[in-house]
Design a protein around this ligand. Structure first.
Ligand code: ADP
Ligand code: MG
Length: 696
């Protein structure tokens, strides 16, 4: 069944009629290399050119097929020359409008001629019109419909027309008829789930019959789509599980010593671990004692106390005489960890080394040397940690904070820095973006999961309100009175996507306004363009209470910890993602005082924006926020796949298809135990070489 077959489907695209090297190159941009790839290039949507719609029944904004008789054709000047063709089908009239047209075209539209058109219906100055519709002049008794299946609209790429893609997929579909693609799902499973065969599903999705349920297909819920999505989810899942299985056979340094030092550290903390922290610490210490690499994810809401759990894991490694490294996604967060870890570990004679991209050459050289000779027992830094030229002496534990900012690849890069002969390092990844279970199944199938589902005692939920920015001066007064009573406030400025410069200008402007409005208070500013030392100074001054109001861009998004800050204002909250807002809000509510968060927005708000702000008003639970965020925005944002290069899905959609996951998981385990060859083939079909099935 898995015997590789030579067929047209596995040939390069240039085998097809009309595909030369130039077109092949363009198609490659759509991820198409072999004929078979065309089969998996599914239409984005469908248009119905099988059903004629009466002009009298048209609605603006829809794309429809109509047919009628030309009443008159004339040219008009409106800035430029237009050809206007008025047609009627007895139920109503409609105008076809052309900006570009030839003399022959104009001559075609004799009055009385029958014409059929497909295009978008718009409201024009004299009733409905279609601008540059596709059209055909009909000869006597010729049928007005244009197609006998729904018309697929494919993802476009520059210089490849829809007509061309239809033609190519026609050729690929014909090749498929001669030799259907290998059915990789066991029959028992497709039968149980009532799924069509692969070939039937592909044929249907490319050329749906006129009676296909367009709405169901548009929603991605058609059984044929689910059939393909299932196989794709399965492929991704199998790939991650194989990474996981490899780790189980890999060697790692078993961390068994140092129990006394670790329990002494826990006893000396200024607080008692919560039950959840203690449970997760036990899980981690259990993993670390194994001679195979730990691969564990800690999920815990903002403020649940993940840092100290990481510190305990690091201390365990150090106590066993090997190195630990902790990596954070931003300099500010990494610096804060460095400071925390220094405070905790210095009394034990452990001095963490620091490594970041913006470090001066001499300091960097010194860090690299101490990392390489092992005198640095603990290294704290940004992604500079896994770059080339960083050689560890005996790295046995890697901690990655705010995992959603990094991807599988970066995790792998750090893993590869582990101790050579003694095996790979243990991995602990932490995230404050809790994700729903089905999504976690798909995204983190290579990890064991621990959840810190309890906040340290005494935390009060942050009360949150949304306020239009026309009431800004009221909010400024609120800042004044909060600070007058000894508290501190954050004032966070909008994130302007892709533009650090605009970010910084917005923050600078608010800083000016607040400095003038609040002369009796000390106002500080930190933004992404400052040098790390400057940022650090600003943050430190805020932490020590020398500054009462900190104006900041979203550089403070993750991790910053100032318990006395109890008020947070977020400008342009409507532009930010829910999980990001929740993270930001998590900067307050860390002390004993009741904390408040004010979401300033620019009206008017759309329906979704309103709903999103309402979610934050109504809950402080990160899991609920994440679930709603997922529904409202999609998983890319939530998991940070855009930044991190987690693989893209071709057919499946992690939100829409999440209910398939439990069955995907069961199927995957069956396949893994029955045939690893089959598993590898499924991974290769969907992920190509990126799948790394069984060869990391
Ligand atoms: P996060 O999970 O968001 O990374 P942190 O590790 O920054 O949270 O912890 C938030 C704050 O809670 C810190 O000030 C930390 O010292 C404190 N903290 C952590 N664990 C406890 C605990 N068990 N009891 C009291 N305070 C704690
Ligand atoms: Mg943290």
């Amino acid at each position: 069944m898995l015997r590789p077959t030579r067929s047209l489907l596995s040939d390069a695209l240039t085998i097809l009629k009309g595909v030369g090297p130039a077109l092949a190159k363009k198609l490659e941009k759509l991820g198409l290399q072999r004929v078979e790839d065309l089969l998996f290039l599914l239409p984005l949507r469908y248009e119905d050119r099988t059903q004629l719609v009466k002009i009298g029944a048209l609605a603006a904004g829809t794309r429809c097929l109509i047919s009628g008789e030309v009443l008159l054709a004339e040219t008009a000047y409106r800035g430029r020359r237009n050809l206007l063709v008025r047609i009627s089908d007895g139920s109503g009239q409609l105008t076809l409008r052309f900006f570009h047209f030839s003399r022959q075209q104009q001559a075609q539209f004799q009055s009385g001629v029958r014409v059929t058109c497909f295009g978008e219906v718009r409201r024009g100055s004299a009733g409905f019109e279609m601008i540059h519709p596709e059209y055909r002049i009909l000869r006597e008794s010729q049928d007005a419909t244009m197609s006998d299946s729904l018309t697929p609209i494919y993802p476009a790429t520059e210089g490849v027309q829809q007509g061309r893609l239809r033609n190519l997929t026609d050729q690929a579909l014909r090749a498929m008829q001669d030799e259907p693609p290998v059915e990789l799902l066991p029959q028992a499973i497709t039968e149980k789930l009532g799924m069509p065969s692969l070939a039937a599903a592909i044929q249907y999705l490319h050329r749906p019959p006129p009676d296909a349920d367009i709405e169901q297909m548009q929603a991605g819920k058609h059984p044929c789509q689910q059939r393909l999505a299932f196989e794709e989810l399965l492929a991704h899942y199998l790939s991650l599980r194989s990474l996981r299985a490899l780790a189980e056979t890999d060697d790692a340094f078993a961390l068994v010593d140092g129990s006394e030092q670790v329990s002494g550290f826990i006893d000396d903390l200024p607080f008692t671990l919560t039950g959840a922290q203690q449970r997760v610490v036990d899980e981690i210490l259990g993993d670390l004692a194994q001679p195979h690499p730990m691969m564990r994810l800690i999920q815990g809401d903002v403020g649940s106390g993940k840092t100290v759990v990481a510190a305990i894991a690091c201390l365990k490694a150090i106590s066993c005489g090997v190195q630990a490294a902790i990596m954070a996604p931003t300099e500010i967060l990494a610096e804060q960890h460095w400071r925390n870890f220094s405070d905790w570990f210095r009394p034990l004679g452990i001095e963490p080394a620091w490594l970041s991209g913006s470090q001066k050459a001499a300091a960097r050289r010194a860090s690299l040397a101490s990392i390489a000779d092992g005198s640095a027992q603990l290294v704290v830094g940004t992604h500079a940690l896994f770059q080339e030229g960083v050689d560890f002496h005996r790295l046995a534990l890697v901690v990655i904070d705010e995992q959603h900012r990094f991807g599988v690849h970066q995790r792998m890069a750090l893993r590869d820095k582990g101790i050579g002969e003694e095996g790979h390092p243990h991995q602990l990844v932490m995230t404050a973006t809790p994700i729903p279970r089905t999504l976690a199944m798909a995204a983190y199938a290579d990890l064991d999961t621990s959840v810190i589902d309890e906040l340290p005692p005494g935390r009060q939920p942050v009360s949150t309100i949304a306020v239009p920015d026309s009431r800004r001066s009221e909010i400024v007064e609120r800042v004044r009175s909060a600070c007058a009573s000894g508290q501190q406030a954050y004032w966070v400025c909008p994130l302007i996507e892709e533009s650090e410069v605009l970010d910084y200008q917005a923050a600078e402007a608010s800083y000016q306004v607040l400095t003038e409005a609040l002369p009796e208070l000390r106002v500080g500013l930190v933004h992404g363009r400052m040098r790390p030392a400057e940022k650090e100074r600003g943050m430190q001054a805020f932490k020590e209470g020398l500054i009462q109001v900190l104006v900041a861009t979203t550089v403070i998004e993750v991790g910053v910890d100032v318990p006395n800050a109890s008020l947070m204002i977020i400008e342009n909250a409507e532009r930010m993602g829910l999980s990001q807002l929740h993270q930001l809000r998590g900067r307050v509510g860390r002390g004993a005082a009741q904390s408040h968060c004010v979401l300033l927005y620019k009206p008017p708000l759309g329906r979704i924006a309103k709903e999103r702000l309402a979610v934050l008003r109504d809950t402080n639970d990160g899991f609920v926020v994440a679930q709603r965020d997922l529904e409202l925005r999609g998983p890319g944002e939530l998991l940070g796949t855009r930044q991190t290069g987690l693989p893209d899905y071709r057919v499946a959609d992690l939100v829409r298809d999440s209910e398939l996951m439990p069955q995907v998981q069961i199927t995957a385990e069956t396949i893994r135990t029955s045939s690893s060859e089959l598993a590898a083939t499924i991974v290769r079909r969907w992920l190509g070489d990126a799948g790394r099935y069984g060869k990391v």
